[in-house]
Design a protein around this ligand. Sequence first.
Ligand code: SAM
Length: 280
Amino acid sequence: MSTIDNLPPLSQVIRDHDLQARKSLGQNFLLDLNLTAKIARQAGDLTQCDVLEIGPGPGGLTRGLLSEGARRVLAIEKDTRCMPALAEIAAAYPDRLQLINGDALEVDPLAHLIPPIRVAANLPYNIGTELLVRWLTPPQWPPFWQSLTLMFQREVAERIVAQPGSKAYGRLALLAQWRADAKIVINLPPEAFTPPPKVSSAVVHLTALPEPRFPADAATLSRTVAAAFNQRRKMLRASLKGTAPDIEDRLLAAGIKPTDRAEQISLEGFCALAREIAKP
Ligand code: SAM
């Protein structure tokens, strides 16, 4: 029996269900249920919330979320081999765990969730950034989620919370910090996972702001930032040449020197520039 519920320890679950980790699915499992409960606690008070979990695997974080009192968990897992193990958790927490065997990039979870909704996941690294960008760039704001509590490679986590002037500062920092508060809440060494990945990891907690920090059109901001950081060593008048024929004038109107480089520009500066670029 485990420390947090009446289910078997995760090492036994993996043995019983023959869940050999597959690299192609980004499978690095967390087997310490005290750690998964600690990650679940970082997601905030779950008792009144539905929680969306991507990639539950053998169910370590799922059990953490449920034992910490989540009202309901919707877990989307691509690996069919994990479903019997997850079904045992669903049986131990009647009516509180819904399982979908599918690809998180294809499934629309909203049909199955009742607000307020929080997202918590030890993400497969190959789709983590893509999912985060999707969750940060919906057409409407506020988004469907109140908070995101997500495991990333340490280097990606640092890009999310990075400040201007740092090497890690770029599109991810700007998209995250424009409409959310983002902070690293737990750092984890490779040995926390089975099998251990090559790099360290970190849990990032993002809370959705009711409104963006500065006004801007989401698509224009996203496009401008992507172009600026695509050639981050170049001056903005060169890297943004393709965004508008009179880009130098628009940069000046936004209070930005055309000779500046992308990593020198604050979030407020990029939002001002996106507003200038959106003008006819
Ligand atoms: N949550 C578990 C844990 O903490 O031990 C497993 C985390 S493991 C890093 C990532 C999980 O995501 C694996 O179970 C993998 O099968 C699953 N996965 C990979 N690609 C997926 C996808 N496109 N959609 C849903 N799940 C996926």
